[in-house]
Design a protein around this ligand. Structure first.
Ligand code: GRG
Length: 308
């Protein structure tokens, strides 16, 4: 079935209320873990809250929750890890929007952090959100108490966001501006820039289950790899076909800047076909979990059908 065309599949309604409840849960969880805006330095704390709260699909936390459900954990077990991943994601958007990088004015339908505040504050927002993420993994009370599991979570998030993960992918992307990449090079860049954090979201939830089988870990890794790439290709397609009002950010930048994206290199039709194949691969990877993996399957369907 073409997931992009799906509007009302069986179970879609119950997933959309589940999704809203997970998104609402994250809003409250993040609000409770961020420093209060009245705390000195007030401007920095207000800017951190501005960058994190009141917007965003919470894709990575939703992946953590869906993986937790598939593996028999509750949301409470992984909420601290979900917040940590989302803080890293929020920082990456703030820095990505800076004049030194993408120089964007609009994010999540409102002025970017450096526009609402100033550039120095936006740099500091990123500087402060990162250590807060790792602090949560070290001390969040709801996460598994086992020190070995916490260390593994810290290691996984550090690797996914560092120079061999998201930051490295961003460096490769910046270096490629104005140069035409091969599709395989684009995939390798995406695997780090957006894929690493998406994989970490799934695998960090898996790491909270003691003694999870190798088979289950491999299957989840395959699922996360396929979903991560499909998510990025969808982002490229939306840049080519979406509108500012729905997306809440500038569109058409990839084509204008001659960036090597799937949609630019292969065309929107081929990009959609590739997404569809990845969606099917994600489904196959989940087979061993049976109906328990329905939340993860629903997330893949949602990400392909999304309009923003
Ligand atoms: C600055 C170290 C550093 C990294 C930046 C993630 C990233 C790396 C840049 C963002 C550029 C971009 C638009 C990438 C496309 C995919 C992507 C991450 C989209 C935004 O993520 P969503 O859709 O955003 O999850 P929301 O707003 O829903 O949280």
């Amino acid at each position: 079935m073409d997931a992009e065309a799906v509007v009302d599949v069986s179970g879609e309604k119950s997933f959309s209320s589940q999704l809203r409840s997970w998104q609402q849960r994250m809003e409250e969880a993040l609000a409770a873990r961020l420093p209060a805006a009245e705390l000195v330095p007030e401007r920095l704390h207000a800017a951190m809250r501005y960058a994190v709260l009141g917007g965003g699909k919470r894709v990575r936390p939703v992946l953590l929750f869906a993986t937790a459900r598939t593996l028999g954990l509750t949301e409470r077990h992984v909420e601290g890890a979900a917040c940590a991943v989302e803080l890293i994601h929020a920082y990456s958007l703030v820095h990505d929007d800076l004049p030194a990088m993408d120089n964007d004015d609009l994010r999540r339908g409102k002025p970017t952090c450096h526009r609402a505040y100033d550039e120095a504050t936006a740099v500091l927002v990123g500087d402060a959100l990162q250590p807060l993420a790792f602090e949560l993994l070290a001390r969040d009370v709801a996460l598994p108490a086992d020190a070995g599991i916490r260390l593994r979570l810290i290691e996984m998030l550090a690797q996914a966001s560092g120079s061999l993960g998201m930051a490295g992918g961003q460096a490769i992307d910046l270096a490629a501006k104005g140069r035409r990449l091969a599709v395989s090079e684009v995939e390798a860049m995406h695997e780090r820039k957006t894929g690493a954090l998406i994989r970490a979201s799934v695998m960090m939830a898996a790491a909270c289950v003691p003694r999870l089988s190798e088979d289950a870990q491999t299957a989840l890794e395959r699922y996360a790899r396929a979903v991560g790439l499909a998510f990025q290709i969808k982002d490229d397609v939306l840049d080519a076909t979406g509108d500012v009002a729905t997306l809440g950010k500038a569109v058409g930048a990839d084509v204008r800047q001659a960036r090597s994206t799937y949609a630019v290199l292969s065309g929107v039709g081929a990009a959609r076909e590739r997404m569809q194949r990845l969606h099917e691969q994600a489904h196959e990877a989940l087979e061993q979990f049976g109906t328990a993996a329905e939340p993860l399957w629903a997330v893949s369907t949602w990400l392909l059908a999304r309009r923003n």
